[in-house]
Write a protein that binds this ligand. Sequence first.
Ligand code: ADP
Length: 398
Amino acid sequence: MIHLVQVALENEMDLTLAYKKSNKAAALIGLSISTQTAFATAVSEVCREIIDKTHEGSLSIEIQGSNDRHDLAAVITYLETEGVDNLREGLQHAKKLVPVFNHSIINSRGKIELKLNIPRSAKLSNEKMKAIKSYFELVEPNTPYEELRQRNTLLFQINEQSETALRQAEYLNEQKNEFLSVAGHELKTPLTILRAYTQMALRSECSPATLAHIKKVDTQALKLQTMILQLLDISRIEKGIADYNIELVDFNGYLNDMADLIRLLVPSHELLITMDESRMVNIDKLRIEQVFMNIVGNAAKYSPSGEQIMLDTRFLGNGDLLISVRDQGIGMSEEDLHKVFEKFYRVQDITTLFNGLGMGLFICSKIITDHGGKIWVESIKGQGSTFFFTLPAPVEFS
Ligand code: ADP
């Protein structure tokens, strides 16, 4: 007989341990998963009755027999025999799960033996039995307390590792934000000067060809400026310091003022604007301009030159303003509809075809939600996209 492991049966934790140990013993021997489960369930059914009804219960898991015939056995002994008879539900159940079930009582000590034959296919050599025995001696904890201690140590190590990884990630993130912020500021100043000069040149007297060239320079400078603002915004948003200058504005007047600027951004597309009646809205003008520039800019970027872009505004029944920007471009698949608002997300198959950083829509969604609105997109791949966003009706104070 080879004794593998002993478990004192005192409380619920011992029951869990009894289940695990018997399951592990059957697994290490190489019994099938269903046999492992049947054996472990039978053992724990008996152990539950013993813990409930008796004192000094103890479980011993053993390999019995010799040479050509071996059994896996669970021997449960206990004191105080009155509460335990074979009619008890747990014992009845256990009996059905294992081929051998013996229950004897001698001098007030009870003994229940559960056994099952180990098939030859398990190839249970002496070496294998020794290995299983030493596994239980060296690796498996012997008491619930020991098991808890081992798990605690493991959890502590995992916790340490993830905290270190988190600190490292936070540090790298801070470095990245710092870099974005410094690089953004450094790039912003020369570009602002560059645009001031292109604007001046556009108003000066020069040949139509030169004017056209300057206009192109100005358009590209504007795009660059938008990207730099995005870089700066990402770092501000990450730091949670995106600031807003909210004011009450007449929306149609605001949109009319902005229309030229937006058109400048999409010179090779036809921008059609349809406006609902004019009402007042509470917005940060620059930030909402940024949203328009990004969404309309995308509509042009992701659709062929010469196509129309439709910008509509409509006041909803609840007073909210709904703005939609529709293009007839490449569209996107169903699964990209939500992801495009995530930071740095770009639709996979377009990355080599179109330039971009995947920041614009993330910033737009942040700006719109900070205004109390919603943003979403409807699209069919190959058939264009419509971006929608809402701006809530101004709160009226009486
Ligand atoms: P960027 O355009 O710089 O990559 P955005 O955050 O503005 O970043 O957009 C994220 C992604 O959403 C884009 O890379 C593109 O895949 C997709 N996308 C945005 N607008 C459109 C559009 N109008 N049509 C098709 N795809 C779009």
